[in-house]
Design a binder for this molecule. Sequence first.
Ligand code: SF4
Length: 247
Amino acid sequence: MNAVLRLVDATAAAIRLPVAGLAADSDTAFPGRRAAVVFLQGCPLACNYCDSGPMAEARRASPGEWEAIHTFLEARRGEIDAVVFSGGEPTLHPELVAAADACRELGLAVGLHTAGPYPERLERLLPRLDWVALDTKGRGRDFDRIAGRERVWQHHVRSLGLLLDGDTPYECRTTVHWRDFDLESLERLALTLADCGVRRYAIQLARTAQCRHPDYRQAVPDAPSRESVEVLVRRLKPYFESLELRG
Ligand code: SF4
């Protein structure tokens, strides 16, 4: 092994990240790329609709977890051209910066899925990122209510500001559970984001079967019909370059 490879391997061994899972090949996690998705464990938020299960619970990283992922990514170069860090909340882990650098050294583009609770960490990461999906859970106090934590909205707004002011491609996305939203509040959120300058937005209908909170697994009696959601999305489309309804 030459000196450069030994140095890269030593760096990978020094990075401690709790890995909850790996999707080897995704063509949806990073638009236009074939990406491996690395799910990092732990999340500071507590959304009732969360279907991440144990992935949202924090734990310390064991030695070798990132090293194994790095070895996998190194072997898959050519078959994939990107890696996406997802979770949980991947920016919970300061060593994500070093892992992103390691991916770039492998020639892979780097994407991030985040709810933006740590704007300072996002700011450090942004020069290393090629794409970001920012999970905007709601507007103002609605964000905090849906995320189950107080004052996260202010942090999220600073993260959104970094994306609005920067040149890293991004989309905002909102997971909609009809216990958290009605059509009017969803429209207000979408128009607020459009007013801020967000150009790419996705509305994702929550999967209810595995929601963390038992009430969220039940059907919502007064949930809007699919047709009325599609009507809203058509009305909102002119405000965005891209607006997708998912789920
Ligand atoms: S849905 Fe909410 S609680 Fe679950 S991982 Fe995502 S941000 Fe965390």
